[in-house]
Design a protein around this ligand. Structure first.
Ligand code: NAD
Length: 279
């Protein structure tokens, strides 16, 4: 039996409409500053999509496109300026930064209540203890997609493949907050297929095309594919071998059109939250 497709495009559109209505209804003035350094084409696409989402929601976007050779000092100075700017409620520095720049110190410089990516150490810590204002956009978007299926997380076996700071680890925490029994797998995990087959909810955040195959999936499971991989033919593909896994899973996200659009929708939501906190 073929899986139900989780429509990230439709669900993200609904979140953005909610954000737009909230801004209009509460007459909020909301601004998001997006900083991009260098001319990485993928980053450019992400930044343009964020700008479009801001326009839709009624969020003013301020774009700072800096040249590749920007120094650490100049970037930190810009962050300081944006921290102090009352029109800017959220600050997002598009990653990855060029190699000569130190990402960690740039993120730590962003005021935690403007850190709409939730990458700042203090926001990461708050997520650990469950006392947070912002959730990191991609894991929060995955949770929305899981909720849309009607499958309860509580008590379920949840397996997250990947342990990065921006996806895998916070994803595991959010599932844990909802009382899932969570296993985090990574490159050193033994018997990966066997562990994954236990999952009622399987989240793949590996960054390898077609990594998750049908034999790794429990029949009826919810499968969330975070991966965005560019193939040699230019096409985008996820971490999950969609054709065969969709024959086994109960629910599955496509790539594109699954987690990707949700990440941006959750950024819009975080930016409104930031504006409200600052108000
Ligand atoms: P990362 O490279 O930081 O982490 C990858 C993780 O996969 C690591 O923790 C590693 O241990 C694990 N891994 C690697 N090989 C493995 C193996 N053989 N077996 C088990 N685990 C293995 O990547 P990331 O930043 O977490 O991103 C993961 C993917 O998600 C990438 O494709 C990225 O482009 C995508 N992504 C998508 C969105 C979105 O909005 N949809 C957002 C962020 C990242």
């Amino acid at each position: 039996m073929a899986a139900n497709i989780i429509d990230g495009k439709a669900i993200s559109a609904a979140v953005k409409e909610q954000v737009r209505d909230e801004i209009a209804h509460e007459e909020l003035k909301v601004g998001l500053a997006v900083v991009i350094v260098g001319d990485d084409p993928a980053s450019r696409v992400y930044v343009n999509n964020k700008k479009k989402a801001c326009e839709f929601c009624g969020i003013k976007s301020y774009e700072y496109a800096l040249p590749e050779e920007t120094t650490q000092e100049a970037l930190l100075e810009l962050v300081d300026t944006l921290n102090a700017d009352a029109n800017v409620n959220g600050i997002l520095v598009q990653l990855p930064l060029p190699e000569h720049l130190d990402e960690k110190s740039v993120i730590e410089r962003i005021s935690p209540n403007k850190d709409v990516d939730a990458f700042h150490e203090s926001n990461v810590g708050r997520i650990m203890i469950g006392n947070y204002s912002f959730l990191p956009c991609t894991p929060a978007g995955c949770m929305e997609l899981i909720h849309s299926t009607g499958v309860e997380v509580s008590g379920k076996e949840c397996v997250v493949i990947g342990r990065s700071n921006i996806v895998g680890k916070p994803m595991a925490m959010l599932l844990l907050h909802e009382n899932g029994t969570v296993t985090v797998c990574h490159s050193k995990t033994r018997n990966l297929a066997e562990v994954c087959r236990r999952a009622d909810i399987l989240v793949a955040a590996v960054g390898r095309p077609n990594f998750v195959t049908a034999d790794m999936v429990k029949p009826g499971a919810v499968v969330i594919d975070v991966g965005i991989n560019r193939l040699d033919n230019g096409k985008l593909c996820g971490d999950v071998k969609f054709d065969e896994v969709s024959e086994v899973a109960g629910w599955i996200t496509p790539v594109p059109g699954g987690v990707g659009p949700m990440t941006i929708a959750m950024l819009m939501r975080n930016t409104v939250t930031a504006a409200k906190i600052q108000k």
